[in-house]
Ligand binder design. Structure first.
Ligand code: GL7
Length: 792
């Protein structure tokens, strides 16, 4: 009876405060309430961590209000939605980001100080949510922030890994991996939805059966697990909109192996149920209408194509034709790699065993595709073989990238150069067939996290000089800083901000390693995953060269040396031996240099362990110079550089990925570019043994080989990789140009006025690299969705 329910709803509303209040007294009451009833500590005695928990729950209450309103609003308006599928989201900490986006940071900070706590100290209590590897995963997190801020009706889908990315611990200069038990201390930002579950089937067989006189496929699975939803509200900035990031956890299903329980095999059955929790798998959104867009963030979630097809065919009983028509309208695909080896493949045997029905569907998709293709290109077997979803060979594989390209209406690259490489190399065959499918959206990062949260002093300075905070939503306004690029007063304040951030970083370095660094030195940072193509080795060789030069200088020449603190940080994949050797090399070189009293403050080298989002938030604002050294043509885009740029940090970089577009925005004179261009790289490699490498290069490699830093046997394979024909990433070929760029950076740094101007112009020109712009482009050109703004 609606009348009765309505009456009751009104009565219930009367019982609740409709909106929680944000005045200092209400906030203090709420925090204390959570201390007592949620954290279950006495309100007279609780420590920083418990205060953080209570604070987080008070914030969460306010977040949930907006989240509910947004979901109700979306339901009412029923706009076309985008479902953003990604197996990785690198969220980092949430507290500061959330209160800033909700516009209640200062209110909470006041309330806390009245309770005798410091907001910043409590914020430090939170652990990082590291549900991803690197750039791709952090990109998803930035894009969620932009989707919410720009009012787009979006839902993120991913997995709730119980262990995040490993923690990196350095023992005697070697990387060790430790598990990241990120959920051990609870996670106040998620809402467990015990009733939102889906069965996920595995193994078993597919049979033909008749339903209402029609033949259909029935998959009788061998095992079932249950996917349980955990919702993570993501608030926008300057809007009430708060969207959902739904992460799925695998749990044993109720039916899971009940047989064993019934037959009395209790212990085995329990062990079997635990096994289910270790699985994560394909899932589908709970909205059945096809007024939707499904975005594949790389090939990792691309089994979703076969899964949606299966649901449409086997559960909704649509014809193949109709189901296929829907698939082609809803999927879009973004690839994040440049290397053919980076394209994911799944062995047919594995897939056939684990998901037999999905394999069948993929075979059918491929059959239809190849038939169509033959009509279009004739019997060009080489090309047919290359384009087929199924790769024939000793091991038969499913090419997930081909599947994704074939089934998606749009294929995006992540920078202009990347897209060109996709069209001319990786996906050339497909581009020739369907040029209209190919687009690109240069990556971006959110200024909310990478300026407002991580660099509050710079944030205040920018707002002061622009006379508005509107740039936090409308990044194009940053360009206004150009008008003051030579203003002496701004220069003064700009330098102060950098100094504050350098002090914070220097304190961190000292606390972590005991090393005291000079604030007058240039803080030169390279932080990112350790990879051969990213060439941390080039950086270390450059540092050895610098050290060697200083050692050979007389007193007078030493006076002209620009002091540097070189900072390197990043994780190596656990099985990536060469990357681990690079980390060890960095440590032995650091040990040598840092303990050489003759060198003093002229040169220091620091390795920052366990680089993650919150470490990045502290390191990036404190950098004067940042290095992005990938061999041209290897970095699909790169996003770290964007964060440094926004923070007024100068770039020393190759013409690769998104850097090329940065040059266009801020001008070549405001960066230190070096190295071979992407189109030159192939020719250089061909030169192979005839390629001359500079003496300086051979000399530093020799120093390592000769045991100047110890461990010469251990480093032999590393040296072998960069000398002669095996220097695939062209360290030798680019070395002189690299040293010249470094010298140019030194020269600019001593001219304080010039450096500050370059720094201001870097930040001013960084607007194009906001994820707001990226998301706007996706919404307009790929997903075709409109904003849907929840009324305040
Ligand atoms: C990456 C690319 O390597 C990187 O250049 C890009 O910026 C990022 C986001 O598009 O995606 N691809 C990838 O697999 N990882 C990346 O960082 C881990």
């Amino acid at each position: 009876d609606f009348g009765e329910r309505k009456g009751q709803a009104e009565r219930m509303l009367g019982l609740m405060d409709v909106f929680l209040k944000n005045d200092p007294i209400s906030l203090q009451k709420d925090i204390l309430h959570h201390v007592e009833y949620t954290v279950a500590r006495s309100r007279f005695s609780f420590d920083d961590f418990e205060a953080y928990q209570a604070l987080a729950h008070s914030v969460r209450d306010r977040l949930i209000e907006r989240w509910h309103d947004t979901l109700i609003h979306f339901k009412k308006e029923d706009p076309k939605r985008v479902y953003f599928l990604s197996l990785e989201f690198l969220m980092g900490r949430s507290l500061s980001n959330i209160v800033i986006n909700l516009g209640i940071r200062d209110q909470f900070a006041d309330a806390l100080s009245q309770l005798g706590f410091d907001f910043e100290v409590l914020a430090e209590q939170e652990g990082d949510a590291c549900l991803g590897n690197g750039g791709l995963a952090r990109l998803s997190a930035c894009q969620m922030d932009s989707l919410a801020t720009l009012d787009y009706p979006a839902v993120g889908y991913g997995l709730r890994y119980q262990y995040g990315l490993f923690r990196q611990v350095i023992v005697d200069g070697f990387q060790h991996e430790q598990p990241d038990y990120w959920l051990n201390f609870g996670n106040p930002w998620e809402i467990e939805r015990v009733h939102i579950t889906y069965p996920v089937k595995f193994y078993g067989t597919v049979t033909d059966e008749f339903l209402n006189g029609e033949k259909c496929k029935v998959w009788v699975p061998g095992e079932m697990v249950e996917a349980v939803a955990y919702d993570n509200p993501i608030p926008g900035y300057g809007t009430r909109n708060t969207i959902n990031l739904r992460l799925w956890a695998a749990k044993p299903s109720d039916q899971h192996d009940m047989e064993s329980f019934n037959t009395g095999d209790y212990v085995d059955a329990v062990v079997n149920r635990q096994r289910a929790e270790s699985i994560s798998s394909i899932l589908y959104p709970d909205d059945r209408s096809y007024q939707v867009a499904l975005q594949l963030n790389d090939t990792h979630p691309s089994l979703a194509i076969a899964e949606v097809m299966r649901v449409l065919l086997d559960e909704e009983h649509l014809s193949w034709h109709r189901a296929w028509d829907i698939i082609c309208k809803i999927f879009s695909f973004t690839t994040h790699t440049v290397s053919p080896e980076g394209l994911e493949k799944i062995p047919v045997d594995l897939l056939g065993n684990l998901l037999p029905r999905h394999l069948q569907i993929i075979y059918d998709i491929n059959f239809n595709f190849v038939e169509e293709l033959k009509k279009m290109i004739g019997l060009d077997y080489d090309r047919l073989t290359r384009m087929s979803i199924v790769e024939e060979g000793a091991v038969k594989n499913i090419r997930m990238a081909n599947l994704s390209v074939i089934c998606s209406h749009t294929v995006n690259g992540v920078s202009r150069l990347h897209s060109e490489l996709l069209r001319t190399k990786l996906f050339k065959d497909f581009y020739d067939l369907w040029p209209h499918k190919f687009q690109y959206k240069t990556n971006g990062v959110t200024q909310r996290r990478w300026i407002v949260v991580s660099n509050p002093s710079l944030c205040a300075l920018i707002s002061k000089w622009l006379g508005t905070e509107a740039w936090i939503r409308d990044i194009d306004l940053l360009i206004g800083l150009r008008d003051y690029a030579t203003n002496a007063e701004l220069h003064q304040e700009w330098k102060m901000v950098k100094k504050v951030n350098k002090i914070r970083l220097a304190e961190y370095i000292e606390a972590m390693s005991g090393l005291k660094v000079s604030l007058d030195a240039m803080f030169d940072v390279q932080t990112k995953r350790i990879h051969e193509y990213k060439r941390q080795l080039l950086n270390i060789l450059g540092i050895i060269h610098r050290y060697d030069c200083i050692k050979n200088m007389d007193k007078n020449d030493r006076k002209k040396v620009v002091p540097r603190v070189c900072i390197i940080g990043g994780k190596a994949a656990p099985g990536y031996e060469i990357a681990k050797k690079i980390i060890k090399l960095c440590h032995v070189v650091a040990e040598r240099i840092n303990n050489d009293n003759d060198i003093g403050d002229l040169l220091k080298l620091v390795f920052i362990p366990d680089y993650n989002v919150s470490v990045a938030e502290m390191v990036i604002p404190g950098a004067d110079l940042s290095q992005h050294l990938s061999t041209a043509g290897h970095e699909a885009s790169g996003t770290g550089s964007m964060k440094f740029l926004m923070n007024g940090c100068l770039l020393l970089a190759t013409a690769d990925g998104s850097t090329i577009e940065m040059v266009e925005e801020i001008g070549q004179d405001n960066m230190f570019l070096f190295g071979a261009k992407a189109h030159e790289v192939v020719a250089l490699r061909k030169k192979g043994p005839t390629l001359k490498v500079p003496l300086q290069f051979s000399r530093v490699v020799r120093m390592i080989r000769d045991g100047h830093f110890g461990f010469e046997d251990y480093f032999k394979s590393l040296c072998d990789k960069i000398e002669g024909t095996s220097d695939y990433f062209l360290l030798g070929a680019d070395f002189m140009s690299y040293l010249e760029a470094q010298a140019a950076a030194d020269k600019a740094f001593v001219d304080e006025e010039r450096w500050t101007k370059m720094s201001i112009l870097s930040a001013a020109g960084s607007g194009r690299f906001s994820s707001d712009r990226t998301i706007q482009e996706y919404a307009e050109n790929t997903w075709d969705i409109q904003p849907c703004r929840c009324p305040f």
